[in-house]
Design a protein around this ligand. Structure first.
Ligand code: HEM
Length: 388
């Protein structure tokens, strides 16, 4: 059975049934190494994410020139706890909720630009700019630098070989980005503002300020972790509602159910399809012997279609009562930005349905996927709609 980025779910089903934990010697990781264990079933996925002493997040070698290799998401306790505490107060539900009016405003501005056209590309016109503007605001970066943000966050998620211009372009872009942030750190040290970068340059772990590399690691992590994932969630929501047109009118009449619909999209088309771990010691998982140092692909997208947990898993159903999906991970690395991602998607969908309706795929077009197994990522989603 061939893997399909648009519909990887039959492959997951087959693997979860026949080979729920399996070693794949030929698998090429996006960060370089070859060979991985694949873990497909919900219970195993949860177990790996819960046991951070056995399944470590330090799966990428720390590379001085690559700031994203030194970050919260790639560290284990005790370092992980220290780093996480530094940013936790910026991501509390209350702080995030205060961003709602501003997110409403930027969403309305984006819709103003397209509403008279009767058509748009959801990914390009709505789902991409919202998260980028939100992260730019959080970090304290000028909204004028949006295009650079997008370029970097896409590039960081790709293998250097997939990029036009190859490794050289990749490294140049990384350096550009590092320089950009380093000059911002210097500015904020001298003149702090009410933003995350000012907060981080002042912060101390055990009496020491964060190194430039740690600061860069944070910024890059937020770009990587917060932009494309949230874009994917918004685009996948619209695609799924196009496939289930009755839900569009239902949600317009029952906006109170938009959060439930978002949770079901997170389950049904998880924006991040897998995450990685490395075995910190020898361990047995479902009878298989995983050796210390082996890499692991933990398939969230597959766990979220596990029929022993979600009856009729391939059915999109916003009225599911069991919503213990794994789309934001589990345990100590549970997504720090989950309240923000939920808020962005909620506001975007609410404003969209207040102003527009009858979304359909534009005639003679199809959604175009980014060719990666890591994310469920709709590169182009051309749609038509009517104004209310
Ligand atoms: C729908 C959108 C999103 C999804 C599906 C998502 C998913 C995830 C997942 C699965 C993890 C766990 C990774 C692991 O265990 O190794 C994670 C961690 C993380 N996410 Fe998100 N994320 C989203 C949006 C965001 C946003 C908007 C931000 C910030 C602005 C963010 C920041 C982070 C950070 C900092 C971590 C690392 C937490 C840690 O290691 O303690 N995410 N995310």
């Amino acid at each position: 059975m061939r893997y399909s980025a648009f519909n990887p779910f039959p492959w997951y089903k087959k693997m979860a049934k026949e080979s729920p934990v399996i070693y794949d010697a030929d698998y090429l990781h996006y960060h370089g190494p070859k060979g991985t264990w694949h873990v497909f079933r919900y219970d195993d996925v949860q177990r790996v994410m819960s046991d951070y002493q056995t399944f470590s997040n330090q799966y990428q070698p720390k590379i001085e020139e690559n700031p994203s290799s030194s970050s919260l998401a790639l560290s284990d306790p005790p370092r992980h706890k220290q780093l996480r505490m530094l940013v936790s107060d910026v991501f509390t539900p209350k702080t995030i909720a205060n961003m709602r009016p501003w997110i409403e405003k930027i969403t309305n501005e984006l819709i103003d630009k397209v509403e008279n056209n009767g058509e748009m590309d959801i990914t390009r016109d709505i789902a991409t700019p919202i998260p980028i503007q939100v992260i730019a605001k959080l970090l304290g970066v000028s909204p004028n630098d949006q295009e650079k943000f997008k370029k970097w966050s896409i590039m960081i998620l790709q293998a250097p070989s997939e990029i036009e211009g190859g490794e050289e372009t990749f490294l140049r872009s990384q350096q550009e980005m590092a320089q950009y942030f380093i000059s911002l750190f210097e500015q904020r040290k001298v003149e702090p503002k009410d933003d995350l970068i000012s907060h981080l340059v002042q912060a101390e772990v055990e009496g020491e300020k964060l190194s430039t590399n740690d600061l860069l690691g944070f910024c890059v992590l937020l770009l990587v972790a917060g932009n494309e994932t949230t874009t994917n969630l918004i685009s996948s929501s619209i695609l799924t509602f196009i496939e289930n047109p009755e839900i569009q009118e239902y949600l317009a009449k029952h906006p109170e159910d938009i959060p439930k619909a978002i949770e079901e999209v997170l389950r049904y088309r998880s924006p991040l399809q897998y995450i990685n771990r490395i075995a910190a010691k020898d361990v047995k998982l479902r009878g298989q012997s995983i050796k210390k140092g082996d890499l692991i692909n933990v398939w969230l997208g597959s766990a979220n279609r596990d029929e022993s947990i979600f009856p009729n898993p391939d059915q999109f159903d916003i009225h599911r009562t069991n919503l213990k999906h794994t789309a934001f991970g589990h345990g100590i690395h549970f997504c720090l930005g989950a309240p923000l991602a939920r808020l962005e998607a909620h506001v975007a969908l609410q404003v969209i349905f207040e102003r527009l309706h009858q979304f359909q795929l534009k005639e003679a077009t199809e959604p175009l996927m980014n060719p990666t197994a890591l994310t469920y990522s709709i590169k182009e989603l051309p749609v038509t709609f009517k104004k209310r």
